[in-house]
Design a protein around this ligand. Sequence first.
Ligand SMILES: Nc1ncnc2c1ncn2[C@@H]1O[C@H](COP(=O)(O)OP(=O)(O)OP(=O)(O)O)[C@@H](O)[C@H]1O
Ligand SMILES: [Mg+2]
Length: 290
Amino acid sequence: MQQIQALPPQFFQTLKIQTILGQGHDAKVLLALETKDSGNQLYALKCQAQKIQDTAINLFNEIQILIHIKHPHIIELFGYSQDYTCLVLQYCPHGTLIQLIKSSPLPVSIASSLLYQVTLALNYMHEQGFTHGDLKLSNILIDSQYNLKLCDFGFARWNGKMAIEKQTIAGSEGYTAPEIWKPNPNYMKTDMFSVAVIFFILITGHPPFESNNPDNHDPWWNLIKNNEWDTYWKDIRTNIDQECKNLFVQMFSTQPDERLSANHLNQWFKLKQTTQENLIQEIKKRLAEM
Ligand SMILES: Nc1ncnc2c1ncn2[C@@H]1O[C@H](COP(=O)(O)OP(=O)(O)OP(=O)(O)O)[C@@H](O)[C@H]1O
Ligand SMILES: [Mg+2]
């Protein structure tokens, strides 16, 4: 495998910034153009937005993880600045999964094709002991060929540990599993919970609950937590088929062991997915509508 290295300051000085692609919790993501005799190249530069130690830790962690993983559905890291505050990433020109549900939720077959790709990447990571830690719609990008790429590895772990351990709870509210509030959760199972939240949002257009932080007493989460599924399905009044309902009951379980693994969920999505042709047609249609 090609070695990913720290790039000298001269590399960054020659780049021409085109626009801002995103502004997240940790960083600003910029579109940058490299002009070379052999042809121009676009990159996404993810750079520290504010000089806060926690954000520097996340970027350092992201570099350490991305150096070790390479997969068709994981964003490619080309290099990084010598002080570890800027990542040079493959540019994905079609935004994130958020763009696909702007006008309406997705049919189950389309959402399954998308999550088939996500769970392929996740199975690859989990098999090697890596976990993502912050799976959500805005951390799944669409590349130039309309393939999905996982991004944002600031909270990723290897064998349960980050490159530098922090005290703060990782992940994004509304996507994290309930056991994240307890010590030493199984991070593979917390990733699987987040995948189910993503699937729920894609096929309904809204989240399954607002928060499972015990301090927030979210009424939707209370129904899920207490296994009051009949009331839950009645109250949300969304058309979800029985097979999907059964999947959500299993994946949102407060018992992490009941949740399917990335490999098993990948098989589930494989059976439900549409053809590659349909998928690309639907993605193009939805991006054009924006
Ligand atoms: N390689 C890329 N190509 C195109 N756009 C990107 C790329 N990487 C990130 N973005 C855009 O920038 C946004 C923020 O990136 P990222 O999630 O990596 O940063 P973050 O600061 O860790 O985010 P947050 O804390 O909000 O999750 C993404 O949601 C996406 O819109
Ligand atoms: Mg993000």
